[in-house]
Design a protein around this ligand. Structure first.
Ligand code: ZN
Length: 245
């Protein structure tokens, strides 16, 4: 589903647009030129063929997905990565410690154990590890004609990244689970969720004043994206906590 120049939604579950498996986060495809495609996150890893079908429906060849950039290690984002590695030899990238957690397939570090106990995922669900390359925060990498920069934004969980993707003189921010429409956030009762870190991360991204923001759940904003960051920053500044997603 095309949503902007060179940007498509190819996966999305109940917390989004209901395109693919109900547990998928929003999976964004960016056409970076040079016959290369990248994905931001990979979905839960169940019925991943439905993501492939969306990619094909948008007129692309899934074998051209060269790289996946993971925002964080929660399985609704990272669980599908192994499928692309196995079938297409896709390279997967993330900040540390996300790269370590996903490479190890750790149920504890990714908080999958807690989410499974809470009944969020099907009982027979398995999280398959895959090799993940490590990105360095703020150091741009180049794929096709695009520049992709990971910005460390812990708070929702450790190792969380937002990605600034620049191509054809356009800048887009893929915000993972940092910020959602109306300035909502996602603090969870998990070992690595941190309110003070969350506030710092919101301030970091707010300073970038992004126009377009693409969150991993719910609506995206093509203009005035900074306004949702300002809403969350204002509430945090009052020592309060923004509304949870
Ligand atoms: Zn998450």
């Amino acid at each position: 589903m095309k949503i902007a120049d060179n940007i498509y939604i190819v996966g999305s579950g109940d917390n989004g647009f209901g395109l693919t498996h109900y547990l998928d986060c929003t999976v964004y495809l960016v056409d970076v030129g040079n016959n290369q495609l990248i994905l931001i996150d990979a979905g839960i890893g169940l019925e991943t063929e439905r993501i492939l079908a969306e990619i094909q429906r948008d007129g692309f060849d899934p074998t051209h997905i060269s790289d996946i950039f993971l925002t964080h290690s929660h399985v609704d984002h990272a669980g599908g990565a192994h499928y692309f590695v196995q079938n297409f030899g896709t390279k997967v990238w993330a900040l540390e410690p996300t790269a370590k957690y996903v490479s190890a397939g750790s149920y504890q570090d990714t908080s999958f154990d807690r989410a499974a106990l809470a009944g969020i995922y099907p009982q027979n669900y398995q999280f398959y590890p895959c090799d993940v390359e490590t990105l360095i925060p703020e150091i741009p990498c180049h794929v096709g004609n695009a520049t992709i920069t990971a910005i460390a934004t812990p708070g929702h969980c450790s190792g969380h990244a937002c990605y600034l993707v620049e191509s054809n003189s356009q800048k887009h921010l893929f915000s993972g689970d940092l910020i959602f429409a109306k300035g909502k956030i996602a603090v969870q009762n998990l070992w690595d969720s941190s309110i003070p870190e969350y506030f710092e991360s919101i301030k970091t991204i707010a300073r970038m004043h992004p126009q377009s923001i693409f969150p991993s759940h719910g609506p995206f904003l093509l203009n005035r994206g900074y306004s949702i960051l300002e809403t969350a920053e204002r509430i945090f500044s009052m020592t309060d906590i923004p509304q949870n997603y």
